[in-house]
Design a protein around this ligand. Structure first.
Ligand code: NAD
Length: 509
């Protein structure tokens, strides 16, 4: 219990929505209502389009072509043709192309951030952060491209010489979600191009315009036609996905999204035995031990980790475990910070938190909060929709007294709800944290060095944050274990996902 916080206060600093700060691009030609195939901006052969809405205002932004199998086939054919020469370029040449693309993104960073906020809803400051993070994948992999090499291996057989070379796997089918409209796509295209692959990327139906602007910047950077192809679809998403995962010309699928869709695509890709990587859902535990050195730092870390992008990142804390001795103090400080949030339109000054992506996301958040309340959880901040702001706004919410039997604990909420669990021992909390079919990220705060190693090694996840709530870095491998998928993005490992190792044995020497 947190007695001095009255039940369900509502001091979130609302910002009147709509009207002010209407999105405006410095270069309006970066809002492109087409798909990008073979270096050309094209429509769907059927002429069909789908509309994209600003999740904050519900107002239409623009339309995009609704691609189907035949349109996607053309993009694959373009990637196949381009692969013939792209795979023969030197690493240094590909490095230069990626570096030019990075420079173009830097030059147009303000517009990329505007597009992200417009179609995703995250506040402009967060969108600027995403733009920097996204472009870093071009920079990082431009540096990797020139340093890809194989091995010379001492042979076991006399007279033999063994070498390995690394070669591009071929055409890659990439599918990405809306929560990071720029970063999810650059994290895949950067290493694919560095490796010498060409790509057909299916952009998210909710946020296609950021991907289109990036493709236009690839054109301006001089990247040859057909190397980067962007297909857009909304209602036909499953058809386009099936085309990419079953086409024999495509040799690699990389998908970021939910575990459910990942499993479906993995089955589809099995028929042609493609190389695959999956960045799927998480359910991150965020543990605060009572030996943490600085409770305020732990609160700040938890706030950043939980509420960034309104809770819509796959590495967001979903379960916050706080040790008994500091639980009440932590809950009080944490709730006070959430009350200070300024929720509203991402383009308005001072806004710290925007909407969730669509009405289905609002319904999921609402269901999780109601379920927690029914089972004894106590809403200490938020706990309601914010219709005055818009239909996709839900108040950042803190619930205390959360227990294992609640939906909040068992499913990724993917929204602005923090559930605080109380725990007593390290053994108990590690068991609770690992009691999940998924394992993407995990976090904890402690100043005990033995515990830091013990718990970091015991958590069943692909990434651990110790005394920090933010772990994403182009230089660090990103990926999960268990049903969060496999494969790593970013870092020196990222490029391996797009290469094959070929062994060459020369005999009779
Ligand atoms: P989703 O799986 O529904 O959709 C993700 C993408 O896949 C979208 O572009 C969508 O259009 C596409 N898609 C959906 N059905 C498809 C199909 N049948 N064939 C081909 N493509 C299809 O996920 P979502 O709810 O939109 O995104 C949130 C999920 O993504 C969360 O579970 C989150 O944890 C996960 N995520 C994971 C990472 C990571 O790196 N592990 C990063 C971001 C998001």
């Amino acid at each position: 219990p947190v007695p001095h916080i009255p039940f369900r206060p509502f001091p979130l600093k609302f910002v009147a929505n709509m009207g002010h700060n209407v999105p405006k691009l410095n270069d309006p030609s970066l809002l492109i209502e087409k798909s990008y195939v073979d270096g050309e901006w094209v429509d769907a052969a059927s002429g069909e389009t789908f509309e994209v809405e600003d999740p904050s205002t519900g107002k239409k932004i623009a339309s995009c072509p609704e691609f189907n199998k035949q349109d996607t086939d053309k993009a694959i054919a373009a990637a196949e043709e381009a692969l013939k020469s792209w795979r023969k370029t030197t690493g240094r040449e590909r490095a230069t192309y990626l570096r030019k693309w990075y420079d173009e993104v830097q030059k147009n960073a303000a517009d990329i951030a505007t597009l992200i906020t417009w179609e995703n809803g995250k506040p402009l400051n967060d969108a600027k952060g995403e733009t920097a993070y996204a472009s870093n994948f071009f920079l990082w992999f431009s540096e990797e491209a020139a340093h890809i090499h194989g091995d010379t291996i001492p042979a076991s057989v006399p007279g033999n010489r063994v070498q390995t070379i690394k070669q591009p796997v071929g055409i890659c089918g990439l599918i990405t979600p809306w929560n990071f409209p720029a970063a999810m796509i650059t994290r895949k295209i950067g290493p694919a191009l560095a490796a010498g692959c060409t790509v057909v990327a299916k952009s998210p139906g909710e946020t296609p315009f950021t991907a289109n602007a990036l493709a236009e910047l690839s054109r301006r950077a001089g990247i040859p036609k057909g190397v980067v192809n962007i297909v857009t679809a909304s209602k036909n998403t499953a058809e386009v996905g099936e085309t990419l995962t079953t086409d024999t010309r495509i040799k690699k699928i990389s998908f970021t999204g939910s575990t459910g869709v990942g499993k479906l695509l993995m089955k589809q890709a099995a028929g042609t035995m493609k190389k695959v990587s999956w960045e799927l859902g998480g359910n991150a535990a965020f543990i605060v031990f009572d030996d943490c050195a600085d409770l305020d730092a732990a609160v700040a870390g938890a706030i950043a980790c939980k509420f960034r992008s309104s809770g819509q990142t796959c590495v967001c804390a979903n379960r916050l475990y706080v040790q008994d001795g500091i639980y009440d103090k932590f809950a009080e400080k944490f709730a006070a910070k959430v009350k200070d949030f300024k929720v509203g339109y991402g383009f308005d000054d001072g806004v710290t938190h925007g909407p969730v992506i669509h009405d289905r996301a609002v319904s999921k958040v609402e269901a999780h909060v109601k379920d927690a309340e029914k089972k004894g959880g106590k809403v200490v901040v938020g706990g309601q929709k914010l219709p005055d702001l818009g239909s996709n706004f839900y108040a950042p919410t803190v619930i205390t007294g959360v227990t294992n039997d609640m939906q909040l604990s068992n499913e990724e909420t993917f929204g602005p709800v923090a559930g605080l669990f109380r725990f007593k021992t390290e053994k108990e909390v590690v068991k609770l944290a690992n009691d999940s079919p998924v394992g993407l990220a995990g976090y904890f705060y402690s100043s005990n060095v033995n515990r830091i190693y013990r718990v970091a090694e015991a958590l069943e996840v692909g990434m651990v944050g110790v005394n920090t709530g933010l772990i994403s870095d182009a230089a660090a491998p990103f990926g999960g274990v268990k049903e969060s998928g496999f494969g790593r993005e970013g870092s020196k490992y990222g490029v391996e996902e797009y290469m094959i190792i070929k062994t060459i044995t020369i005999g009779g020497i």
